[in-house]
Design a protein around this ligand. Structure first.
Ligand code: C2E
Ligand code: CA
Ligand code: CA
Length: 692
């Protein structure tokens, strides 16, 4: 038997190459897993080549490290075949560990195939020496070498599969794993070598023509190092690139999230905005359709926020909104959405177990809102008006629900604020009509759609006209002639009455000028003032300017102010009425008897006339109480030296009664209905006057 010996340096080199090959394999497995598309196949092909070459050259260097007392060589054909088998086994291994899962049976088959592949490579490589007589193998060691090959492959596959993803200590782990794997491969090789017995007198058939030892060793080592080195370098560079790409992707995702947050949230309070609310409402509607149940939208509008904003500044107002938002949000369940959809408008979307629960929710919100806020050392209080819609029931689209909730909120405001209203269909119709009316009202003045009707006032005997009251009408392009009660409340709420009122005053004075010129220079034209006009700072100036413009003496104009308007802010009223009286304008307290005048104030008011409310007049003949009231008013007026006018006189009975009581003048359908100036029976009157 020939005794072989080993070159220690080459043995060590073979071990190093095995470890390097293992490391390359593990690293490439990581690349394959994180790549996509064609890159996967490129990595797989390059990887199999590098890894196969690593394993094969480990084996081949191990062979070169071995020497016998006879010359040795290797047959090229068999050597190449053993190389190809190494590459194929590596390919199989890489394919297996790049799968999504590695079930046990797959691991087992993989270990078997790869182990046998490596063993095949080894024994074919031995065969390349073309020994004759052939090599004897010791059965025990041979089987052990096969076992080692399969076990090492199994372990390698399992480790590679576990380590393919990036984890914090992946480098150290891979290094340790590749050392173990390298040792196992080397172990298999040298066990296989130990199994080989070369009989005495053996002869190496490949020695004369085969590849030469020393040069081969150098060549194989250099090529192997180059290939694995290149593979590793590419892999590391690619990993870097991938890491950078993933950082870029992450920051892009973050930027995207930030943008979405901005687009769907309100900047000030960070609450969802209208857009997100609409989306959530749609989701809630879909959920109700799927699973039944119900939800409510609460339209929350703050009362008294604007005055705070005006008095303490925007900074404080903003702070208040922010704290309010935080307070309300603190109480939400995670299925609820609180959105801010306008200045001081919030909408709360809540899922409800029972429809009635909306009452509790609304009550809670009101209570939360009414607790004082401490902002910049001020104790600030606000309340809210809440409109509630329920789904299903109060609308079929998100938009409709919101509009209806808004209408219900307006209703709550009109009901005295700091409360809630459930939506009813009538609110919606009203709200829509009002909105349309408001739009029309805005253009009515420019388009000259307003006209004045006049109702004559007569002396108590009913014979002589003493003037006329100007009554506003709106010639609406579609709805025809509208009466004041159909649009004046809206004009008052929106402040449009200021401009309209100025026009009325001007037009009435222009008409009075005409009458004046016709000879009715003792007439007075009466103009109604609403509360807002009366409180308007420019009133006195405007009245003076209008009189001057039409060159009218001040006492040609009577301003009618209702009793309740005059009493609203009595001190201020006193001031303004004082200025007007000083100017010489005639002042009349309209609708007298309907308010709660204190006699004290009445005494101090610089008024010239009391107009008994037509409500008393109409019931005069049936209701003895009204008769008593009217006579009391007449007595009061006489005591205070005021003219007494009765309005709404419709029958001659009423006329006689009022005249008997001592009223100074009368006004009513009996004597003349309101009509345009050119329809008034003025010609006849002037003739009568002249005849007088
Ligand atoms: P008012 O000042 O009490 O005006 C008298 C109202 O009684 C008028 O209604 C008039 O048409 C009506 N009337 C007159 N005689 C009779 C009668 O014999 N029987 C009955 N049942 N009614 C009679 P109108 O024109 O609809 O005006 C309603 C209210 O609208 C007025 O009440 C006044 O408060 C307000 N208004 C009218 N024009 C103006 C205006 O230019 N500016 C302001 N601010 N308010 C106005
Ligand atoms: Ca009036
Ligand atoms: Ca009146």
């Amino acid at each position: 038997m020939l005794i072989g010996s080993y070159n220690t340096t080459l043995v060590l080199v073979s071990l190093l190459v095995a470890i390097l090959a293992s490391y390359t394999a593990l690293d490439l497995a990581g690349r394959i897993v994180t790549s996509k598309g064609r890159a996967v196949w490129l990595w797989m092909a390059g990887g199999s080549l590098a890894m196969g070459m690593g394993i094969w050259s480990m084996h081949f260097i191990g062979m070169l490290a071995f020497s016998l007392p006879i010359p040795l060589g290797y047959d090229l054909g068999w050597t190449i075949l053993s190389f190809l088998i190494a590459v194929a086994s590596s390919g199989l291994a890489l394919f297996l560990i790049s799968q999504k899962t590695l079930p046990r049976w797959q691991l087992l088959c993989g270990a078997l195939a790869m182990g046998l592949g490596i063993a095949c490579m080894h024994y074919l490589g031995m065969h390349a020496m073309l020994m004759s007589p052939g090599i004897d193998y010791q059965a025990g060691l041979f089987i052990l070498s096969l076992l080692i090959a399969v076990l090492a492959s199994g372990a390698a596959l399992w480790i590679a599969f576990r380590l393919r993803r990036h984890s914090p200590r992946v480098l150290q782990l891979r290094l340790a794993a590749s050392t173990v794997m390298g040792c196992a491969i080397v172990g298999m090789h040298y066990t296989g070598m130990a199994a080989a017995v070369f009989p005495e007198g053996s002869y190496c058939g490949a020695a004369p023509s085969g590849l030469d030892n020393t040069w081969m060793a150098i060549l194989v080592i250099v090529v192997t190092l180059a290939v694995t080195g290149i593979a590793l370098l590419t892999s590391v560079l690619d990993a870097r690139l991938e890491a950078r790409t993933s950082i870029l992707t992450r920051s892009l995702t973050a930027a995207n999230q930030e943008l979405t947050q901005l687009a769907l949230h309100d900047n000030l309070t960070r609450l969802p905005n209208r857009m997100l609310l609409e989306d959530r409402t749609l989701q809630a509607m879909a959920k109700v359709q799927r699973e039944n149940g119900c939800f409510a939208l609460l339209f929350i509008d703050l009362d008294g926020f604007k005055p705070i904003n005006d008095a303490f500044g925007h900074h404080t107002g903003d702070q208040l909104l922010r704290e309010l938002a935080a307070r309300l949000r603190g109480q939400l369940r995670n299925t609820d959405t609180l959105a801010r959809i306008g200045g001081d408008e919030f909408v709360l979307l809540v899922e409800l177990a029972e429809r009635e629960d909306a009452v509790t929710v609304a009550g809670n919100q009101l209570q939360l809102i009414s607790r004082p806020f401490n902002i910049d050392q001020h104790d600030l209080r606000v309340s809210a008006s809440i409109g509630i819609v329920l789904y299903p029931g109060d609308g079929t689209t998100g938009h409709e629900l919101l509009i209806n909730a808004d209408a219900a909120m307006y209703h709550a405001k009109a009901n005295g604020k700091n409360g809630y209203s459930f939506f009813e269909q009538s609110m919606n119709i009203n709200a829509r009509k009002q909105l349309q009316l408001l739009q029309d009202l805005r253009i009515a003045q420019e388009e000259r759609q307003f006209i004045l009707y006049y109702q004559l006032k007569f002396s108590a005997d009913g014979q002589r006209a003493i003037g006329a009251e100007a009554l506003l009408r709106w010639q609406h392009p579609e709805r025809g002639l509208l009466m004041p009660d159909e649009f004046i409340p809206l004009a008052e709420r929106t402040g449009l009455i200021i401009g309209i009122g100025e026009w009325v005053l001007d037009e009435a004075c222009r008409q009075m000028r005409e009458w004046h010129d016709m000879g009715h220079d003792d007439w007075r034209v009466a103009v109604n003032l609403s509360a807002l006009q009366f409180a308007h700072a420019g009133l006195v100036r405007i009245v003076a300017a209008t009189l001057e413009r039409h060159d009218l003496p001040a006492n040609c104009l009577t301003l009618e102010i209702t009793e309740s308007t005059a009493m609203q802010d009595a001190d201020n009223s006193m001031l303004i009425l004082g200025e007007l009286a000083e100017m010489g304008v005639d002042l009349s307290i309209d609708d007298f008897g309907t308010g709660y005048s204190s006699l004290l104030y009445l005494k101090r008011l610089p008024a010239n006339e009391l107009k008994i409310d037509r409500g008393f007049v109409s019931d005069l003949e049936q209701d003895s109480d009204d008769a008593a009231i009217v006579s009391a008013i007449v007595a009061l007026g006489q005591a205070l030296n005021l003219r007494i006018v009765a309005e709404g006189v419709e029958t001659s009975g009423q006329r006689d009664f009022l005249t008997d009581l001592g009223c100074d003048s009368l006004q009513g359908f009996l004597l003349g209905k309101p009509m345009p100036a050119d329809k008034l029976p003025i010609q006849a009157l002037s003739r009568d006057n002249r005849l007088d």
